[in-house]
Design a protein. Structure first.
Lengths: 223, 351
């Protein structure tokens, strides 16, 4: 079942001589239960793809469909609610709130979305898998970059979203942790029937992917 | 509130500095307000204590009781709601005591003003050579039984009682008999009083050469009173505006530093209202904390400030000032809200 799809999506920034064609007629599909990689070099349009797929940016043309409904049929408030309920963002710039402990990062989600989040056992399992179970009372400034990245991954998974959009989730991790994170994302897709979309140029993740797209100069092709 | 409390708990130094700034501003405003109120009260305490609604003066006295003289013909017949007031400035002196500039207020013993003088010790005036004085005399070393001379008059007057909060134009009041006022003015057979005061709100003298004023009109014309109040009012008003700007700048910087974090939260679907609520509630907690500490400092100051300092810690007035400061601070807190609302979650994608 298709969890998220982009059909004929193009994105143009600027006008006149400053005009930049970031995406050209992109068609993309990610199935529930699969892990999809979008690979490409810097400046190829990966981030633009991710912002459009996550409903943060309305494309110049084309449609994005999530859960059977296009973004253009949803209000801004409904898109916010969709991101909170159905889309988990794992961001390269993880920006954990500096004044919240790891445990409080999850409590914040509970405050905004009291129901439908992971159970305590499921959260503990993810924290354990990511090797951060002993860090729950630490503040972000007490964590290394890799530890913060893993907390950011756990935070994105906590609302139990059907779709996970990850932006370079392994950028700050060593090879051992890349394998752990790759396996976790794969497990989330296969065992929990989520659609996992990873935008990356980290070839170490290729082995975990069920499907792979390549993006170059704003044009996407299925590999 | 959750985010606000967590941030204040984690960022103790930063929050402490902002609270300290609000404490200093609020303390300064509380003290200035108390001084303004204290001085205003010392200008008007005596008049207010008479509880009168109308004051009749000579029409040519320029609304100044000290310059007013009323003849028997101008006064007419008085009811029990009216009373004579004879006012003149005096310098009180006694052997071994420092001189005090004061206001002598001559009263008729059987009229309501004289009967209503609130004594803190001693008794009321019964004879021409007796006076009841404000407690400022006590601070200058005068006691019950002290004999004072008023101006160059060789007559000695015995202090038979003390009354508090009896000041007029900052000077302590000396209550005596109306005949003493006439003697001090050297007009034994002339005018009967400086003024006639009335508890009747509808009272109007209406006789030739007189003019009837409300108490507030008289107070407004007290020498220096308006200028002093305006000066203090402007100082407090400017401080309020300055505090608004300072608090707004601090909160703006505080909020701008958090925008990248807020962008991530927005990307994750956290509604803007949660972020706005966090910003406003954080401002509210910081400002209220600062106001409470500032109020406590002002209360401690009220306990230790010498009696000679003209400060009045009027709780309703200071509460009003605190609420005004809170409103100003919250207005300042609204400044960065536009930035919070317009935070762009796209900015956090792509590192």
């Amino acid at each position: 079942m298709t969890a998220i799809s982009l059909a004929g999506v193009s994105q143009v920034f600027g006008k006149g001589t400053a005009k930049v064609q970031a995406l050209t007629d992109v068609n993309f599909e990610a199935e529930a239960g699969t892990m999809t990689l979008v690979m490409g070099p810097s400046g190829s349009g990966k981030s633009t793809f991710l912002t459009i797929a996550g409903g943060l940016l309305t494309p110049t043309s084309g449609e994005v469909t999530v859960d059977g409904t296009t973004y253009s049929d949803r209000t801004k408030k409904e898109r916010d609610a969709l991101r909170l309920d159905a889309i988990g963002f794992v961001l390269q710039a993880y920006h954990l709130l500096p004044y919240l402990t790891v445990a409080d990062q999850f409590k914040l989600v509970d405050k905004v979305k009291p129901e439908g989040n992971l159970s305590k056992d499921d959260l503990d399992r993810i924290l354990d898998t990511l090797g951060i179970e002993d860090l729950v009372n630490k503040y972000p400034d007490e964590l290394s970059g890799g530890q913060q990245q893993r907390v950011a991954i756990a935070r994105a998974l906590y609302p139990d979203p059907a779709i996970i959009l990850a932006d370079e989730p392994t950028a700050a991790l060593d090879s051992e942790r890349v394998a752990v994170v790759g396996q976790l994302l794969k497990s989330l897709a296969v065992d929990h029937n989520k659609a996992v979309v990873v935008v990356t140029h980290d070839v170490r993740l290729v082995d975990f992917a069920d499907r792979m797209y390549e993006i170059r100069d704003g044009q996407m092709t299925l590999k | 509130m959750f985010l606000a409390l967590k941030e204040i708990k984690k960022e103790k130094l930063r929050s402490g500095l902002i609270i300290a700034m609000i404490v200093l501003i609020s303390y300064l405003i509380f003290i200035l307000t108390s001084l303004a109120l204290g001085l205003a009260q010392q200008n008007t305490d005596a008049i207010r204590s008479w509880n009168v609604d109308k004051v009749v003066l000579n029409a040519d006295a320029n609304t100044d009781m000290r310059q007013s003289f009323l003849s028997q013909q101008q006064v007419g017949k008085l009811t029990s709601k009216e009373a004579y007031i004879g006012e003149t400035t005096v310098v009180a002196k006694a052997k071994g005591r420092k001189q005090l500039s004061a206001v002598f207020i001559g009263l008729k013993a059987d009229q309501f003003v004289a009967k209503n003088v609130q004594l803190t010790s001693g008794r009321r005036v019964r004879a021409g050579h007796e006076v009841v004085v404000d407690e400022a005399f006590k601070l200058a070393g005068y006691k019950l039984g002290s004999r004072v001379k008023l101006n160059a008059d060789e007559t000695k007057y015995t202090i038979v009682g003390f009354t508090k909060d009896a000041k007029l134009n900052i000077a302590p009041a000396v209550y005596g008999q109306l005949s003493t006022w006439r003697a001090l003015r050297g007009m034994a057979n002339g005018p009967v009083a400086s003024a006639v005061v009335s508890r009747n709100a509808d009272y109007k003298n209406g006789r030739a050469g007189t003019k009837t004023y409300t108490t507030d009109q008289i107070i407004a014309k007290l020498p220096g009173y308006q200028a002093q109040n305006t000066t203090f009012g402007m100082m407090i008003g400017f401080l309020m505006v300055i505090s608004l700007v300072i608090i707004a700048v601090f909160l703006y910087i505080l909020t701008m530093q958090k925008l990248p974090n807020y962008a991530v939260l927005r990307a994750q679907g956290i509604p803007s209202r949660v972020l706005v609520g966090a910003t406003l509630s954080q401002s509210f907690i910081l400002v209220v904390s600062g106001l409470i500490i500032g109020s406590l400092l002002a209360a401690v100051t009220a306990l230790v400030v010498p009696a000679a300092v003209p400060m009045a810690f009027d709780i309703p007035a200071l509460s009003g000032v605190a609420v005004a400061l809170l409103v100003m601070a919250m207005l300042g807190a609204l400044v960065p809200i536009k930035s919070v609302l317009s935070v762009d979650p796209v900015s956090v994608i792509g590192g």
